[in-house]
Design a protein around this ligand. Structure first.
Ligand SMILES: NC(=O)c1ccc[n+]([C@@H]2O[C@H](COP(=O)([O-])OP(=O)(O)OC[C@H]3O[C@@H](n4cnc5c(N)ncnc54)[C@H](OP(=O)(O)O)[C@@H]3O)[C@@H](O)[C@H]2O)c1
Length: 350
């Protein structure tokens, strides 16, 4: 049996538990399946949650980590007409991209964006698609509107700021460190960058919008950040909730469970009526597995926007498969500005 290298999650725990293992290489794709030789895997916050046993969408352990990446088609089933052997593709799936090969249903792949490097294509399925759905399908943004992006220097924050700017929105974003604020101001050139550790973002947003509030908030932190984000919504504003990064717990520690419970975003819908705002939420994974027809036009539109506006992914760091624990630590310590990726076979890029 031919073997391959992969990062298999056998038990939950800290970043150090991640190790490369030799596992059987997938073979014989089903009629509607493809086998992709992976070039790069994008790391998502969801992978950190999976490793900690906190991600409800993760498959049953043991499984190979990784929900996005890029590579080339190595084999395909008889009924796969959408791609050819050797064609570069984007992979968006429930697990398995931290590996040399992955076997997936054809609905989990998209053609790679031409003129974008394979490492850039590894970041499309997770962050860019999520930002697109948040802005276009959920918030239904209009040119000239204002948006507040929480955790704006994270992977999802950056892609949301980039796309929102390209769609003609005025963009404000928050971050915790001065190096992130400098990046948001000088590199991303958003309209307002707020260091929420030294500034009160509610006051800053009220001043920025002359008391009106913003039309849209992209929220992924939870707890007080979510509650205060509701306070800065303009009438008919929309908050799009995609996660709650501040939630952390250990099943063995009841106090941590209580603390996590308190961080869960909650809304009083009577208040939403009185103040006239909308609360929206979605999970890209759910859409990938249940509603590919919603995502197909979105990825086309995304490609148009990023090509027309010459938008490129911000890649914070590239690690090897063997350095997966280091890559996870970089995200957990909140040092990353943008996307952390794993290089699996860089030669596929040339
Ligand atoms: N619903 C979906 O389909 C979907 C898709 C993609 C991502 N997400 C969610 O979106 C969020 C961001 O994902 P990402 O990939 O952009 O992650 P990321 O690059 O790690 O960014 C997350 C940022 O959140 C901020 N943060 C605030 N409180 C935190 C805490 N207690 N612990 C850690 N970080 C904290 C940090 O920025 P500061 O240091 O500046 O505070 C951190 O850099 C996650 O919750 C993820 O699960 C959801």
């Amino acid at each position: 049996m031919t073997k391959m290298k992969a990062v298999v999650l056998e038990k939950t725990g800290p970043a150090e538990i991640l190790r490369v293992k030799e596992v059987p290489r997938p073979s014989s794709p089903g009629t509607e399946e493809v086998i992709v030789k992976m070039a790069f895997a994008g790391i998502n916050y969801a992978d950190i949650l999976s490793r900690k046993g906190m991600y409800s969408w993760a498959p049953k352990r043991p499984f190979i980590l990784g929900i996005e990446g890029s590579g080339v088609i190595a084999q395909k089933g008889e009924e796969v007409e959408e791609c050819e052997i050797g064609e570069p593709v984007i992979v968006g799936t429930q697990s398995g991209t931290y590996a040399e090969y992955i076997k997936v249903h054809k609905s989990r792949i998209f053609p790679a964006f031409p003129n974008y490097a394979l490492r850039e294509n590894a970041t499309i399925a997770g962050s860019y698609m999520t930002s697109m759905v948040a802005l276009k399908e959920m918030a239904r943004v209009r040119q000239g509107e204002t948006i507040l992006v929480q955790a704006a220097a994270g992977a999802l924050g950056i892609t949301t700021c980039q796309l929102a700017k390209a769609m003609g929105l005025k963009v404000a974003g928050t971050a915790s460190k001065e190096k992130k604020i400098t990046f948001l101001r000088e590199k991303l050139r958003i309209d307002l960058a707020i260091n929420y550790t030294t500034q009160d973002f509610v006051r800053e947003i009220k001043e920025w919008t002359r008391g009106k509030g913003v039309n849209v908030v992209l929220e992924s932190v939870g707890g007080k950040v979510f509650q205060n984000s509701l306070r800065v919504l303009a009438p008919t504003g929309r908050i799009v909730l995609v996660g709650a990064t501040s939630i952390s717990y250990s099943k063995k520690n009841p106090f941590s469970l209580y603390k996590a419970w308190r961080q869960i975003p909650r809304v009083n819908l009577l208040k939403a009526i009185r103040r006239s705002y909308g609360v929206l939420g979605f999970h890209l994974g759910w859409l990938l597995t249940s509603s590919r027809e919603i995502l197909t036009p979105i990825i086309k539109e995304l490609q148009e926007i990023i090509v027309t506006n010459d938008i490129h992914p911000v890649i914070d760091n590239v690690f090897t498969l063997e350095q997966a624990s280091e890559a996870h630590r970089r995200i957990e310590t909140r040092e990353n500005i943008g996307k952390v990726i794993l290089a699996i076979d860089e030669t596929l890029e040339t």
